[in-house]
Each structure stands twice: as structure tokens, then as C-alpha cells.
Design a binder for this molecule. Structure first.
Ligand SMILES: Nc1ncnc2c1ncn2[C@@H]1O[C@H](COP(=O)(O)OP(=O)(O)OP(=O)(O)O)[C@@H](O)[C@H]1O
Ligand SMILES: O=P(O)(O)OC[C@H]1O[C@H](OP(=O)(O)OP(=O)(O)O)[C@H](O)[C@@H]1O
Ligand SMILES: [Mg+2]
Length: 286
């Protein structure tokens, strides 16, 4: 029988859509229908298990799934020794301590003998023990931010992204404990066949992630400023330069990082570049 790599994905929630889209862009599609919890990928030797994110680390640690996509926060909380194969750049957030906004924050000693509500008791226990703070940790599964407002706790330890949930609940972030993002994790004991499938998948993910971070840029440049313009463009290797039919002008093609292109475009215009086109890249093999 053909070897298939089993991946554990979140069934629904913050990780699901980006995980599905990443695999889709990597050419790994699967049919999700009528509440099925297992699906087979089409055109790739992979089987997908849909789970709650809390269960993903253990499922991979036990070898029921070979790999999984989960937040670093959940991974650290569960404490299983899995291999992080790749940071995936989505579901970025942080785990922070927050207190009622009217309270004066005096530093970590504020938490001494206080009651803190959280869904991440293990991470918080370790943090307080490292910092030698004695606090009562009260574990709750969700809606952590309402705990101080209803008298259940003095403070909270939870996920923060934009901070709007904290604001809505009259809380303020006072200590960041960790940053988190989605990661691809694996069980350390994969057979050579499964390892080869995983390597192929990671190769594809790298191509997708590189292309998402880069744009193809095309522009026309006056020859007298060509050297300057080439200096500004940090291309993959060196930019392609082709003469234009119009005397004294060239067409320049290169690849630039998505984050940088607004800065670079300003400088390019100052140096006489015209007809600037920024084009998305479908896949990029480095
Ligand atoms: N506001 C946010 N911004 C960015 N990432 C987030 C945010 N909230 C959560 N995450 C990340 O996404 C992961 C899943 O969040 P989600 O809210 O879907 O979890 P959940 O309610 O525990 O889901 P499940 O039903 O699977 O247990 C979190 O563990 C965290 O890594
Ligand atoms: O800083 P913010 O941008 O407000 O994000 C933080 C919130 O996002 C997550 O909840 P989510 O919205 O996923 O709802 P949930 O509580 O149902 O998981 C998390 O549990 C926080 O409550
Ligand atoms: Mg969960």
C-alpha cells in the first residue's frame, strides 16, 4: 500500500483557514464535507485529521498523526517533545499578563498572592516560578478576559493580538511572556518514506512562503541612472536589464521583498524610473 503522511489540522478556528490555504497553494487539496474528521488529499500522499488544536501536540507525539500545524503557545503548554520543522508566519499573537486598567502596575511583584485566570496554566506556572512569584493560577477553558470583571480573578494571562479584547474588557497588558505563531511540527520517529514526503511538502511550503513575501518589479529607467537604480533594487541575484526601443532607456526586471517596495518605489521615482509595475509571484524556487 502507498505510504501516506498523516497531518493533524485544527478542525475550525483561528488556524484552520490559513493552514488549508497554505496546503492548497502547495498543491495539496482535500475535500472537507459533512462533518468528516478524516480526509484524503488529492494528488499528494497525505491524509488529514481534523482535531481541536489542544489535541494536536499529543496526537503527533503519540504517532497517531505524523505531523501537525499548531500554535507555539499550545505546543509549549502541552510540553511534548516534538520537532518544529517550519515557522509558518500566520496566527501571530502573544501570551501576556493583563490587569484591570484602573490598577497601578508596580512590576511583577503586583502578582504576588493574586489570582490569575488562564487557559495556559503550565506556561504561566513556569514563568512565575522562574520569576519567584507566588500566585494562584485559576484554569478556565475560554472567555478568560471576563474573569476579573465578574470577580473570578484579579488578572488574566491570555492571547493578545490587536489588544481589542483587552480594551473591551477594561484590561491593560502589563507583561508579555511569549510570542507565538503557527508552526509545522513532526514526530521524531518518521520512517524514511514519510520523511521523504515531509521534505517534499516543506520544499513546496518554502516556495509558497518565498513567493508570498516577494513581488516581481518591472520598470523603465533612463540609462544615465541605471547604475543607481540597480543599486536600489535588492534582486534575487542581479536584475535583468533589456534595452528599450526608445534611445537612452532600459527596461529593468527584478524581485523585491513585499515589505520594502513602498520605500524602494519612492527612491526609484526620484531616480527617474517610469512605468513601474509590481506583479505578484505565484511560486518561487530559491
Ligand atoms: N486573536 C488572535 N490572533 C492571532 N492568532 C490567534 C488569535 N487567537 C488565537 N490565535 C492562535 O490560534 C490558535 C487557535 O485559536 P482558536 O481561538 O481557534 O483556539 P481554540 O478556541 O482553542 O480552538 P479549538 O476549538 O480548536 O480548541 C491559538 O492557540 C493561537 O496560537
Ligand atoms: O487582541 P485581540 O485581537 O482582541 O485577540 C485576542 C483574542 O483572540 C482570541 O479569541 P478569539 O477571537 O479567537 O475567540 P475565542 O475566545 O472564541 O477563541 C483570544 O482568545 C483572545 O480573546
Ligand atoms: Mg483549543
Amino acid at each position: 500500500m502507498e505510504t501516506r503522511l498523516r497531518i493533524a489540522l485544527q478542525k475550525k478556528g483561528r488556524l484552520f483557514e490559513d493552514s488549508r490555504d497554505l496546503l492548497k497553494e502547495a498543491g495539496i487539496k482535500f475535500n472537507l464535507g459533512n462533518g468528516r474528521l478524516v480526509a484524503s488529499a488529492t494528488k499528494f500522499p497525505m491524509e488529514v485529521l481534523f482535531l481541536r488544536d489542544d489535541d494536536i501536540p499529543q496526537t503527533v507525539a503519540d504517532g497517531v498523526a505524523d505531523i501537525g500545524i499548531v500554535g507555539q503557545n499550545e505546543l509549549l503548554e502541552k510540553g511534548f517533545n516534538l520537532t518544529t520543522e517550519k515557522k509558518l508566519g500566520f496566527s501571530k499573537c502573544r501570551l501576556s499578563l493583563a490587569i484591570p486598567k484602573e490598577q497601578e502596575y508596580t512590576g511583577l511583584s503586583w502578582f504576588e498572592n493574586k489570582k490569575i485566570a488562564t487557559s495556559y496554566p503550565e506556561i504561566l506556572k513556569k514563568f512565575f516560578s522562574d520569576k519567584k512569584i507566588n500566585a494562584e493560577i485559576h484554569e478556565i477553558a475560554g472567555s478568560v478576559e471576563i474573569a476579573p470583571g465578574i470577580g473570578l480573578a484579579d488578572a488574566i494571562f491570555d492571547i493578545v493580538s490587536s489588544g481589542s479584547t483587552l480594551v473591551a474588557n477594561h484590561l491593560k497588558e502589563v507583561e508579555k511572556v511569549m510570542d507565538s505563531e503557527a508552526v509545522l511540527v513532526s514526530n521524531g520517529n518518521l520512517s524514511p518514506e514519510k520523511r521523504a514526503i515531509l521534505d517534499q511538502m516543506i520544499f513546496r511550503i518554502n516556495a509558497v512562503m518565498a513567493s508570498n513575501n516577494n513581488k516581481y518589479i518591472l520598470l523603465n529607467a533612463p540609462n544615465e541612472n541605471l547604475e543607481k537604480i540597480i543599486e536600489i533594487l535588492p534582486g534575487m541575484k542581479s536584475p535583468t536589464v533589456l534595452p528599450l526601443a526608445q534611445e537612452g532607456w532600459s527596461s529593468v526586471h527584478s524581485v523585491i521583498k513585499e515589505d520594502h517596495f513602498w520605500d524602494v518605489i519612492g527612491q526609484l521615482k526620484e531616480n527617474g524610473a517610469q512605468g513601474i509595475l509590481i506583479i505578484p509571484i505565484e511560486k518561487m524556487i530559491l
